[in-house]
Design a binder for this molecule. Structure first.
Ligand code: DGJ
Length: 741
């Protein structure tokens, strides 16, 4: 890994074994984008990478410099208003109302490692030798606004982390109305765009379309990154697939309003923008003030979509997630939500916990309903003290009893919300987000606390810290069940209202930071009605997130498969729930529910007392299995093999670092009869290693399993052998591979 600088040519080449990223100061003093892709050789002059021609009917920025029309030049952070008509990376309003800016090269510096982004989540290094950072300073001489572009290259993968920082070194107030984290101009548009979209209970389905002239984008204006669109997308070459070919992934380390966009101009070049959504964004920069954008991470691969995912998994698991739990096997938990909803008392909770303990569960999580007057969705949020009618021994008493059983105890909070029927709202009706004079909208009968105000965050912190200090709490589920409407903060003056959405998220990050540093061994799991805020921003604070409220195994195949394009297995909360399922009323076999949930953090979301003796024995075996294999599953290398979006059979696998062990998850949605033979081509094995597949008589070499495939045919492909059970709909199997010697 290196950043080489050619001062004569004003060129910067960031490279490691896999990628090159080359930028150069243009003759116009703007910063040009020359190349991002597979590593190319180091040489003195790269200027040939940028074609400059005089194009008819264009305007140019340099007198007699017909070639210098900015709309035809690939740039690093283009702005609108001069000769570039594409969407801008930044827009700045000066005190005279002008919206024109012009950022020209001023300076650069190179740092070992990677600086932190104050108050914001970001990838990090543990040792300066892991990464290098280039900071290029551009300046708008008219108003004194300085723009620092940050580029970090890591030694290990094809990723570049980017962000921008604005510093008002001038004398007038400025307003930033667009401030993207990343702008990347690509020389062509021969890409498929893949976004990860959905809704509550069906999050992050990949949607593919051909990139076309014009703008394609996804985003969120809900105040949270949302169930609807994830702040992640991929541009892949049309010929690329899961297993081979070029792709670039774009991921925003942020949890609030975002925009992810690709604009193809009529010359078929592509400008990608990613950052805080410019709608409703207006950040005032008084002289001396600065603004730091969130971080965007881009990753290039020529190893197909699985290769791209491996890059993100490694980086996000090891250098975005942090803390005590980052590298630890995650506890197998039981959560009472689908077992009881709001209707429980201490005895019932202890009953559920006792059976869970007998089965081998390690952590009991008490979900919503334990506090204030919370017996329905209509009351109690904001009153973070125990409801003694339900839990007479308090949270400390209950936690103690659970600990005495030999399990850890976890607790649910929804810190950002309040019900009108709560002591908190009665004491501070002015603490919510609402626009004066307008009706306030409701979501799940609750209102959003104004986390852009420090006193609000302080108060919630005090309440939560008190409980976490008094009781033996090992895990926190941090939920968030509605989006922001009528955004306005009573804590901000009129000319700073455009800061409210972002300041809200900064408040959320601040509370996370305070709690995770004060209680470093507590495992935090993020949640937002399931996967409404499943994003890299929260992964920095909470190493796992509740992937979706949909606990049906067949639906979860798609949700977890889609989520895996960016996020590692160790980040996906996944539980076995009751059958028929509460969201779909679908009956699925217990083994399939577990076979899906294993590929995540694993737990149960039901009352195990209600299972038959035989099922309870099966649960004990599942837990034993997961304890034995969770290190491999949660921290091995994950590969998607067959997509549930494309056919009746889905499969995926994990491989240990030394390639001596692997587990394949194979799932068939509908059963069949007299069907074709089936096999699954495996990935990531060592070609020359001989593997034994548990339950099979023959051994197979890695090259055979990866090229011919593992035979998965059964009774559905011809008559069943005498000792073979006939399967059913929603069936599944795990294949355990071990190297022979
Ligand atoms: C939504 C979450 O996703 C559920 O798991 C549960 O915690 C409920 N909220 C509780 O209100």
């Amino acid at each position: 890994m290196n950043i080489s600088v050619n001062n004569k040519k004003n060129t910067f080449h960031l490279y490691n074994d896999e990628i090159s990223y080359i930028i150069s100061v243009l003759p116009t003093r703007h910063l040009g984008q020359l190349y991002y892709g597979r590593r190319i050789r180091e040489r003195e002059d790269y200027s040939w990478l940028l074609e400059l021609r005089d194009r008819p009917m264009s305007s140019w920025t340099v007198k007699e410099g017909q070639k210098y029309s900015l709309e035809h030049i690939r740039q690093e952070y283009g702005v609108f208003g001069s000769t570039d008509y594409r969407s801008p990376a930044a827009e700045v309003v000066s005190s005279n109302g002008s919206r024109i800016s012009d950022f020209c090269f001023a300076d650069y510096r190179i740092l070992a490692g990677k600086p932190e982004l104050p108050g914001l989540p970001a990838t990090y290094t543990e040792d300066d030798s892991e990464a290098m950072t280039l900071i290029v300073t551009l300046r708008d001489d008219l108003n004194g606004l300085e723009l620092e572009l940050y580029y970090t290259i890591f030694d290990q993968c094809g990723a570049i982390a980017r962000s921008a920082r604005f510093v008002n070194n001038g004398t007038e107030d400025l307003h930033l109305t667009t401030a993207m984290s990343l702008s990347l101009d690509l020389p062509d548009s021969d890409y498929d765009w893949i976004q990860f979209s959905g809704a509550w209970a069906r999050e992050r389905y990949p949607k593919v379309r051909r990139l076309e002239q014009g703008i394609q984008s996804v985003g969120s204006m809900r105040g949270n990154s949302s169930h609807n669109h994830n702040p992640f997308f991929i541009l892949k070459r049309p010929t690329a697939d899961e297993f081979q070919g070029e792709a670039i992934g774009f991921s925003l380390v942020y949890s609030g309003n975002f925009l992810a966009q690709a604009e193809v101009d009529t010359y078929d070049t592509t400008r990608v923008l990613m950052g805080i959504h410019p709608s409703c964004f207006d950040w005032k920069l008084a002289p001396g003030e600065s603004f730091q954008t969130p971080e965007a991470v881009i990753s290039y691969t020529d190893q197909g979509l699985n290769g791209l995912s491996r890059n993100f998994h490694r980086l996000y698991q090891k250098r975005l997630a942090r803390g005590y739990w980052r590298d630890r096997e995650r506890p197998i938990l039981i959560n009472n939500w689908e077992a009881t909803y709001f209707d429980f008392n201490e005895e019932e909770i202890l009953n559920i916990a006792q059976k869970a303990k007998e089965c081998g569960v390690e952590l009991f999580v008490l979900d919503d309903g334990w506090f204030g007057a919370r017996n329905t969705e209509r009351a109690g949020l904001g009153d973070w003290y125990v409801n003694q009618d339900k839990l007479p021994a308090g949270i400390s008493g209950l936690a103690e009893k659970i600990e005495n059983m030999g399990m850890k105890f976890g607790l649910w909070f929804e810190p950002e919300m309040v019900n009108e029927d709560s002591d908190l709202f009665r004491a501070h009706p002015d603490w919510i987000i609402r626009t004066p004079g307008r009706e306030t909208s409701y979501g799940r009968h609750q209102l959003v606390l104004d986390f852009s105000r420090k006193e609000v965050v302080d108060h919630i912190y005090e309440m939560m810290a008190k409980i976490l200090s008094e009781a033996k709490i090992s895990y926190v589920k941090w939920d968030m069940n509605r989006s922001i409407t009528e955004c306005f903060s009573a804590g901000l003056p009129a000319d700073r209202q455009g800061e409210a959405y972002h300041r809200y998220i900064l408040g959320v990050y601040d509370l996370y930071e305070r709690l995770t540093s004060q209680f470093p061994e507590v495992l935090f799991e993020s949640c937002a009605s399931g996967g409404g805020r499943f994003d890299p921003g929260l992964l920095y604070y909470a190493p796992q997130g509740w992937t979706s409220d949909d606990t049906d195994a067949v639906e979860r195949l798609k949700i977890q498969y889609g989520t895996s394009y960016c996020y590692p297995i160790s980040s996906m909360g996944s539980h076995v729930s009751v059958s028929p399922n509460h969201q779909l009323n679908r009956n699925t076999p217990l083994h399939t529910r577990a076979n899906v949930a294993y590929f995540g953090t694993f737990g149960y979301e039901l009352d195990l007392n209600k299972l038959t003796d035989e099922e309870q024995e099966a649960v004990k075996e599942q837990i034993r299995f997961m304890k034995e294999h969770r290190r491999l599953i949660q921290f091995g290398t994950f590969y998607r093999l067959q997509s549930p979006f494309e056919g009746n059979i889905a499969s995926w696998m994990v491989v240990s670092e030394d390639k001596k062990e692997a587990i394949v998850g194979w799932y068939r949605v509908l059963n069949g009869v007299n069907m074709p033979y089936t096999r699954t081509k495996l990935m990531g094995l060592s070609p020359d290693t001989e593997y034994r597949v548990e339950g099979m008589d023959t051994t197979h070499f890695g090259d055979e399993l990866m090229n011919y495939g593992l035979i998965t045919s059964d009774h559905a492909s011809g008559s069943a052998s005498p000792d073979e059970e006939i399967g059913q709909d929603f069936d599944s199997r795990l294949y355990l591979l071990k190297a022979v010697n």
